[in-house]
Design a protein around this ligand. Sequence first.
Ligand code: SF4
Length: 379
Amino acid sequence: MRERLLADGHRECDDADVAVVNTCCVTHEALAKSRKEAARAARTHARVYVTGCGANLAGDGFAGLPANVVVVAKRSEETPAFVAGDVGAIGCVQADARLDRVRAFVKVQDGCSFSCNFCVIPLVRGASRSRSADAVLQEIARRVGQGHREVVLTGINLGCYRDRAAGYDLPRLVREAGATPGLERLRLSSIEINHVNDALISALRETPAVSPHLHVPLQSGDDGVLRAMGRRYTVATYLRRLAPLRDEFNLTSDVIVGFPTEDDRAFANTLRTVQEAGLTKIHAFPYSPRPGTVTAQHDPIPPAVKKERSASLRAASHDACLVRWRTKIGSDDIVLVDRPGRGYGADYSPWLVPEAAPVGELVRVRGAAVSEEGILAEH
Ligand code: SF4
């Protein structure tokens, strides 16, 4: 949407006439924040477009907002053209819109045909569908040409990527994307454990541009809870499939805490699994029932318990990060500087680099120490 509006001659600024609030509805809190953001934008902008998953959620989470708010309940593919058409093109087309040049997110797939019992995504994003490999590879080449050093392939359920007509699945796409001349780094946004198979692992290992980082949602480390969630794998499968990667890849994950059937024992199993799998950064989401899902009516775990479990998980995650970061002390790494003084190493571990390090560049660093926020580079 940003690119489309910029290409139409609009300009990004603080006191803009138009705001786009792209919403999330994966938890109740995400939707509440989205609504608050839309209400706030409506006070300071002439027109506000509410787009994304929240706008597509049944139940009208944005009802009652002022008349200058337009809720765009459309598929992601159709949204940029709708918003741009409604805003209206002005000025001349800019050949070179201002973009963040460090990391490009290239969407290759959308939607999900799985049906985890807690998840609203299939309802708001629809069934799985993929972009053509040709379009994806062209976009990657264009992004690299614009100066992006890193490309992240994104999707709701990336492992479902298929371009049947051209004979592509995700492993083949990774290999060919990674061969784009000038591309320094390639990552996957996230991948379900069921798709972490030999073909994908070989493609990741054999593609030099691929960063040794994988984000693999766990959701729970207890088989009973996984079954109740409808997640289609067991803890043993999760551990077995990640075992060959754990020393080589930085493994990160998502976990839901306070799912209706999660008792203390099940949560303890989750903590143990996180450790056994060698996971580092965990995004802990307190369970929140979503409308239209199988578990919509169930939320028996008290908020205080969810809070406590989230805190334990965050603490375990932080400890695991520190352990990984400490292994970098005294060794070299290449950091992609994405903000002044900060960046990410080859395996997506966070680094603190000298303020003078140029944003958008890859710099060679040596680990000197570890802080609460990442690895400190030698000056
Ligand atoms: S695989 Fe992911 S997106 Fe699909 S239903 Fe399950 S949690 Fe939701």
